[in-house]
Design a binder for this molecule. Structure first.
Ligand SMILES: Nc1ncnc2c1ncn2[C@@H]1O[C@H](COP(=O)(O)OP(=O)(O)O)[C@@H](O)[C@H]1O
Ligand SMILES: [Mg+2]
Length: 264
């Protein structure tokens, strides 16, 4: 489960400009802005898909449409052959940074995500299992402000996973983390993906994230976003682009595609 087919997807927004004045002082007319244009993509069930593209090109818009929060202007998204009409926590969980409730402990935040299980012992065991999975044992009763940035992200990850959705959508999940914490979180997400095998769609602006994590890398062009590259990465984990010549080649190709000639 978690197969995604995107067919001929277009998204336009109306940009309100009537509060602006032209040279003659008249209100400007509203403009239609095309954000996504004729997007065709297919993701296999269980794939980790990393999506790259310039800022403002429509990556978050694409994720919001897949999650059912936003309707396309035309075209469609099918999940396991079915068109989604509204957001559903059974299918998709959107991992949102800063999503922890500050007045609740790690345990309570994670408990919020879980559907009430009949058996309270089973419920406790499940919550503990996810806390252990993200290595937060001993911090169950801490509040978010008592945790480091990396620990907060791991608690957010546990809360997303405890919902046990078919698919996880992550929009720039590592933004704002320090370098080492970023590396560790990346490793953690890869391990979690290998262990759980869920479809993950992850937007990042970091090319190495995509090369180290992705089963598939998708690069979108500037607005209107079109698919510039859609490549399956058939390399075992753990990966190191500095030692795998094929990954290194692809890395250079991607940097070049994004307008950077010399990447170190
Ligand atoms: N609800 C909206 N109304 C109007 N314009 C929007 C809306 N949502 C996004 N946009 C525009 O669509 C473009 C793509 O936005 P976004 O998907 O957030 O880009 P990215 O995530 O790639 O940085 C931006 O120019 C943004 O201003
Ligand atoms: Mg975005």
């Amino acid at each position: 489960m978690g197969h995604i087919l995107i067919e001929n997807l277009n998204k336009e927004f109306i940009e309100r400009r009537q509060h602006k004045r032209d040279k003659e002082g008249r209100p400007e007319s509203d403009r239609t802005v095309t954000v996504l244009e004729d997007l065709d993509l297919e993701f296999e069930a269980g794939e980790m898909v990393c999506i790259l593209g310039p800022s403002g090109c429509g990556k978050s818009t694409l994720l919001r449409i897949i999650a059912g929060f936003e309707q396309p202007s035309s075209g469609r998204v099918l999940q396991d052959g079915r068109q989604l009409s509204k957001p559903s926590p059974d299918n998709i969980f959107v991992y949102q940074h800063n999503g922890l409730l500050p007045w609740m402990t790690v345990w309570q935040n994670i408990e919020l995500g879980i559907r009430r299980l009949e058996d309270p012992v089973e419920q406790e065991e499940t919550i503990q299992e996810y806390i252990d999975m993200v290595e937060l044992e001993g911090f169950e009763h801490h509040y978010p402000h008592q945790l480091s940035g990396g620990m907060q992200r791991r608690a957010e990850l546990a809360r997303a996973l405890v919902v046990n959705p078919e698919m996880l959508i992550m929009d720039e999940p590592f933004s704002g983390l320090d370098f080492l914490t970023h590396m560790k979180m990346r490793e953690e997400v890869v391990n979690m993906h290998l262990y759980l095998g869920k479809t993950i769609l992850l937007v990042t602006h970091n090319i190495d994230d995509a090369l180290i994590m992705g089963d598939r890398v998708v690069i979108l062009s500037g607005r209107p976003a079109q698919v510039k590259l859609n490549r399956k990465l058939d390399f075992p984990h753990p990966r190191d682009p500095k030692t795998a010549p094929k990954l290194q080649e692809l890395r250079e190709e991607i940097f070049f595609m994004l307008g950077v000639s010399y990447a170190v």
